[in-house]
Design a protein around this ligand. Sequence first.
Ligand code: G6P
Length: 368
Amino acid sequence: DAAEKGGYEHFMAKEIHEQPKVIKDTMTSRIIKNEKIRLDDITITKEQIKNIDKIYIVACGTAYHAGLIGKNAIEKLARIPVEVEVASEFRYRDPIINEKTLMIVVSQSGETADTLAALREAKRQNARVIAVTNVVGSSISREADDVLYTWAGPEIAVASTKAYVTQLIAMYIIALFFAENKGTLSNEEIEAIKEEMLLLPEKAEKLLQNEEDIKAFAEENHMHKDMFFLGRGLDYAVAMEGSLKLKEISYIHSEAYAAGELKHGPIALIEDGTVVIALATQESLFEKMVSNIKEVKTRGANVLAFAMEGHTEIEKTVDTAKYIPRTIELLAPVLSVIPLQLLSYYTSIAKGCDVDKPRNLAKSVTVE
Ligand code: G6P
């Protein structure tokens, strides 16, 4: 068992630490400087890509959160409208699907019953399906028209970490591939994004060298009953993932909110000492986010904020500020999720929970 965990106390720690490597593995041979995106196994043609008038990204749990980032990336880079839905909702609501629809299903295991059912429904109505999955030969990989594998390697901990970051990379690759085929970006724009992507492994590595601060925060705050995660834009999607991680393995009630929605409800719950994790990595939304943080601060919240390196002015507003290495906004989620994973990991340990096998949860939900 100890050997399988590679010297770590839990699979989750091992998997968190494997992230620089799996990010790299998922890009290798696909993202090469000054070459077109290489997706050799993908059969969808340029003509078919140009004909897509709508994309559904369908998934469950953490994979759904990766889909939210995927929507943003595809709409921004390839200018195709995308809807993201949890599979258990999608399959029962009679969605509009036709031969111009593309469905992207995201599933670590490739076996999630609801996701598989959504895929089958899309195929029945003549849509094309691209699967983003981690398991070669899984049901979803066999039934999709095309498969883009995430090279995360086996993920054992129930709470998904390394699979999520590879799903994000897969989403960026698909967005770039579509942008290239549709001609929505110039070569220079595409190269600039690829260049930043290729720097992500070493930046993730750098983040993992600063665990102690997050551990200390977790140890000081693990007794709280509730926590709130706030963000705008992509930070909101990352907040949702951070919140899910925390509730899954530490059993602390947590909610993620789009920071601009605060005043429409959750602000009523903020009182003296309420823990708020604020993500402020999106530079174009930074000022707006700081205003939202001020709103919770004046109501007594204890705020831990994450910003991109260089934005030290945030220290004037928050209780604790942490930084992620600089990258472009679009790619920030790959980095900002890492301290949130560590936060839930150390909170779970501080509470004495079973990190790798949280109560009531399964690694893969193969029944409805
Ligand atoms: C379960 C797991 C989650 C996972 C979700 C979707 O809830 O505990 O970690 O995100 O299923 O699984 P999939 O294999 O389809 O990505």
